[in-house]
Write a protein that binds this ligand. Structure first.
Ligand code: BJW
Length: 233
């Protein structure tokens, strides 16, 4: 750790699982209850917008009742105290990293608590439902959609992420299955740039072999221990 200055952390649904937010691919996860093609693609939205808006309205309401868990708290502590560069890239659309107090968070798959107007292209903070087709606060058109990245769409701020991956000494992946690209490729990108790589997950991810070290267990236990190690506590 003495040589580590720049850290990139990638989080996935597993970091929020112990806060009571469903993961996607675990038994009983969201993709067992809904067809991905129906609720997480632009084509699905065009086919049946009501189904998609209802799916996201339900989840937007649910996340507002959830609380950060010790994994979010520990990452916020690291973010607040780390001397070097730290970028927390999350695939999650919940706001639990921010609510735990983390500042350097990048939501590559968007945010539940934003709505995106496809008429004027402005994103607005949004906590209520979209199913009733409310007007955009900016332009007044009823063209709001969830501000999330569906399959076939470009994840957000990729240039900034790849720049951070090029500079990092340590890449840590927490609670993600490694099933979805481009996030699943970050470990190889960081490794090719000379970073050390660590995975913290309940089970080995699909890209587990690319990591220098894998620690298995619940994020609420593994993450605080790792953060203590990094901070020398
Ligand atoms: C715990 C735990 C606990 C549980 N403690 N751990 C063929 C090959 C390669 C790529 C493609 C391909 N065909 C198509 C593609 C591209 C496609 C893709 O990857 N498809 C795959 C299915 C193959 N990707 C895209 O389309 C992306 N866009 C794109 O590629 O643009 C082009 C581009 C090119 C080059 C550069 C850049 C861009 C867009 C992907 C959008 C993903 N969107 C979703 C929905 C977001 C909105 C919503 O929330 O509904 O994002 S899908 C869903 O999966 C969500 C997640 O962010 C994402 C990742 O899931 P995650 O977080 O890994 O969750 P799980 O459930 O899979 O895993 C949880 C893990 O936690 C498990 O391992 C558990 O064990 C663990 N866990 N409890 C610790 N307590």
């Amino acid at each position: 750790m003495e040589r580590v200055r720049n850290i990139v952390i990638l989080t996935g649904a597993g970091v929020s699982a112990e806060s009571g937010i469903d993961t996607f691919r675990s038994a009983g996860g969201l993709w067992e209850q809904h067809r991905v093609e129906d609720v997480a693609t632009p084509e699905g939205f065009a086919r049946d917008p009501e189904l998609v808006l209802r799916f996201y309205d339900m989840r937007r309401e649910a996340i507002q009742q959830k609380r950060p868990n010790p994994a979010h708290d520990a990452l916020a502590r690291l973010d607040a105290t780390w001397d070097g560069e730290l970028l927390l890239v999350t695939q999650n659309v919940d706001d639990l990293h921010e609510r735990a107090g983390a500042a350097n968070v990048l939501h590559m798959h968007g945010e539940h608590l934003n709505a995106w107007c496809t008429a004027c292209d402005v994103r607005s903070a949004w906590t209520g439902p979209l199913i009733n087709r409310p007007p955009c606060p900016e332009c007044g058109e009823s063209a709001l959609r969830p501000d999330v990245v569906w399959f076939g769409e470009m994840p957000y701020q990729m240039e900034r992420i790849y720049a951070a991956l090029a500079e990092c000494d340590l890449f840590v992946s927490i609670g993600t299955s490694g099933a979805v690209y481009p996030a699943a490729g970050f470990v190889r990108e960081a490794k090719a740039n000379g970073a050390r790589t660590l995975e913290l997950n309940l089970e080995p991810s699909q890209g587990s072999r690319w990591f220098d070290e894998t620690r298995l267990g619940p994020a609420s236990e593994l993450v605080p221990v790792w953060v203590d190690e990094v901070l020398g506590e």
